[in-house]
Design a binder for this molecule. Structure first.
Ligand code: ZN
Length: 286
C-alpha cells in the first residue's frame, strides 16, 4: 500500500517527528510499497523556506528514501480550488471568540462549530461581508464517521461544518491533505496520534469528493519529561545535536526494535503488530 510522509517546514524535525517519519517509511517499505514525500507548506505565516531542505536532509540522514519528486502544497492551489468547487460550502464570518460563545450558550461541545452562519439570509451575508472576510465551511451537519485504525483501534467522531478555506484565503489543512492523498494515490496514512481527531473530518471529505478510502495508522507520540509533546526545549532532540546513527539507535530502542544505526537495518525486524501502543517519554541523558 502506497505510503507517505508529509512534514510541515515550521522548524527543525525532532526525535518525535523523525520517529513518526521512520514508522511511516517502515510500514511502506517493509510491505514492499512505494513511499512519497510531501511538504505541507500552505501556512505562509508559519512556514520558513530554509526548513524545507533541512527537514528533507535530516530524513535522508537517518536512511529514509522516497519515490518520485517531492510535492509542495504551496504550488497546488488550483487543485484545492477545483476540489472546493465540488463541495457544498457556505461563508462563515465568525471569530474564534464568537464560536466559543455560541457553542457554550447552546451547551454544545467545545471546539465544534455551532452552525451560526449556516442559514444566514442574503441580506445578512451582505451586511457581514462589509465587516469581515469570510472563511468557507463545508456543510457536513454533524455526520458521525468511524473507522478502524491499525494502531489506535476503533475511533469515531462527529464531523461539524469545518473550515475548508480560511478567511485569509489559505486552503485548510484538512482539504489539502485529502485532495493530495487522493491525487497522489496514497493508500496508507501513518502519522502521529495527535492527528487522530482530524481523521473523521478527512474521511468525510474524501467521501464527499468521491475518493477511495484510506488505511490509517496513528502511531504513539514521543513526550518530553514534562509529559507534553516533545519539543526543542526538551534538550538534545534534533540532528543539530545528535548524530543520525545515535538518533536511529534511540528510536529503535524506544520502539522495542533491535539495535540499529540506519532505517534500513530495522526493516527485517519491523512488524506493525508489535508496535508500542503507548507514548514514549524522552529522558535526556545527563
Ligand atoms: Zn460563522
Amino acid at each position: 500500500m502506497r505510503g507517505r510522509f508529509a512534514p510541515s517546514p515550521t522548524g527543525v524535525l525532532h526525535l518525535g517527528n523523525l520517529r513518526t517519519a521512520l514508522l511511516a517509511w517502515l510500514f511502506a517499505r517493509s510491505a514492499g510499497s512505494s513511499f512519497l514525500m510531501r511538504v505541507e507548506d500552505l501556512d505562509v505565516g508559519r512556514v520558513r523556506a530554509e526548513f524545507v531542505d533541512e527537514q528533507l536532509g535530516d530524513l535522508a540522514a537517518i536512511g529514509l528514501d522516497w519515490d518520485g519528486e517531492v510535492v509542495r502544497q504551496s504550488l497546488r492551489a488550483s487543485l484545492y480550488e477545483a476540489a472546493l468547487a465540488r463541495l457544498d460550502v457556505y461563508e462563515c464570518f465568525c471569530t474564534r471568540a464568537e464560536i466559543r460563545e455560541a457553542a457554550s450558550a447552546a451547551h454544545g461541545p467545545v471546539g465544534v462549530y455551532p452552525g451560526t452562519c449556516r442559514e444566514l439570509s442574503p441580506a445578512e451575508r451582505d451586511a457581514r461581508r462589509g465587516e469581515r472576510l469570510p472563511a468557507l465551511r463545508v456543510r457536513a451537519e454533524h455526520a458521525v464517521v468511524g473507522f478502524e485504525d491499525r494502531v489506535a483501534g476503533h475511533f469515531e467522531g462527529v464531523v461539524d461544518d469545518f473550515v475548508v478555506r480560511r478567511n485569509d484565503g489559505a486552503y485548510a489543512y484538512n482539504l489539502a491533505v485529502v485532495v493530495d492523498d487522493g491525487l497522489q494515490g496514497v493508500e496508507e496514512v501513518v502519522r502521529g496520534a495527535d492527528l487522530l481527531d482530524s481523521t473523521p473530518r478527512q474521511i468525510w471529505l474524501g467521501r464527499a469528493l468521491g475518493l477511495p478510502e484510506l488505511s490509517y495508522a496513528h502511531v504513539p507520540l514521543v513526550l518530553g519529561p514534562d509529559g507534553r509533546r516533545l519539543a526543542k526545549r526538551d534538550g538534545d532532540v534534533t540532528l543539530r545535536e545528535l548524530a543520525p546513527g545515535d538518533a536511529v539507535a534511540w528510536m529503535a530502542s524506544s520502539l522495542g526494535l533491535p539495535p540499529a544505526r540506519t532505517a534500513r537495518e530495522l526493516l527485517p525486524a519491523f512488524d506493525p503488530a508489535t508496535l508500542p501502543r503507548e507514548p514514549t517519554v524522552f529522558a535526556p541523558q545527563t
